[in-house]
Design a protein around this ligand. Structure first.
Ligand code: GTP
Ligand code: MG
Length: 262
């Protein structure tokens, strides 16, 4: 049996929570559980989640002391899942942007892959009701990420994805420090560097109906800064390896011409 845990970070999602829980439970079999990771939402989302958990064994809640961003909330959720030996760990937003009905397809792909990414920007993928500014930001951010890191991933910033637990264990989560969207890029980048198999599948992303977005300028700035740094570090490393290789080649040639002279 494959036990899956869908980790759902929440901050002020009181209106969305009942909907996302009901849709997830209805769309998935009993071996799929939900973990709500709430950062002490002032609107009482955490207490509401406790109420659901009390009446439904498939729902769990992790309370955190304060709002620290998406990255730390997910890391806490991943640790919770790995400690309890779930086989599959899924990321999903609480705001209805990700459709829980896609979960069986996403989880099913892990039979052949380490990481399955729900993607808005592969053929068949789409975004509903986004303003032009958000479309531009997402497409531009993904283009920049692809060029800077040299990866062939269309939607590295998306947050609807399923990991084999084993894959998460292999990508060393201890030193992940990114907080916002960049956290998503960080994990894909680590997965690729670790040689894990990554597949992108189309999803339809729908703009939230209730509540407000927690995305802001600091999240965009963090992403730009870290992706630029990772890209630079990748190129510097490649240049250094080329230099070392050339030096080695030169010394081998020098040695062999010395040997010829003798
Ligand atoms: N626990 C926790 N959850 C968060 C935090 N920030 C955002 N979230 C949740 O993470 C998910 C995604 O956040 P959103 O505000 O929808 O941000 P987004 O989806 O990146 O941006 P939009 O596309 O504008 O909705 C939602 O379920 C939020 O409630 C945080 O600091 N802590
Ligand atoms: Mg959202």
């Amino acid at each position: 049996m494959v036990r899956s845990l869908v980790v759902v970070p929440t901050y002020e999602e009181r209106e969305n929570l009942p909907i996302v829980i009901a849709r997830t439970l209805a769309a998935t079999p009993d071996d799929v559980h939900l973990l709500i990771v709430d950062d002490a939402s002032p609107d009482g989302t955490g207490e509401l989640a406790d109420g659901f958990a009390a009446g439904e064994p498939r729902v769990h809640v992790l309370h955190r002391a304060r709002k620290e961003g998406l990255g730390p909330a997910y890391l806490a959720g991943f640790t919770w899942a790995l400690e309890r030996d779930y086989d599959v760990i899924v990321e999903m937003d609480a705001d209805g942007s990700h459709h829980p009905e896609d979960l069986p397809r996403l989880i099913g792909l892990l039979a052949d892959h380490d990481l399955a990414l729900g993607s808005r920007w592969v053929p068949g993928g789409a975004v509903e009701n986004w303003p032009r500014r958000r479309l531009f930001l997402s497409r531009g951010g993904n283009w920049y990420t692809r060029v800077a890191l040299g990866i062939d991933i269309r939607d590295a910033t998306g947050g609807f994805r399923a990991f084999r637990a084993e894959a998460l264990r292999r990508i060393h989560l201890d030193d992940v420090a990114s907080h916002g969207y960049c956290f998503q890029v960080d994990l894909v980048w680590r997965a690729l560097q670790a040689g894990l198999t990554v597949i992108e599948v189309p999803i339809v992303f729908t703009e939230r109906v209730h509540g407000i977005s927690k995305m802001d300028g600091t999240i965009v700035a963090e992403s730009l800064r870290l992706v630029t740094w990772w890209g630079l570090r990748r190129r510097l490393r490649a240049a250094w390896e080329l230099l070392v290789h050339r030096r080695r080649l030169r010394s081998v040639r020098a040695n062999s011409s010395r040997a010829d002279a003798v």
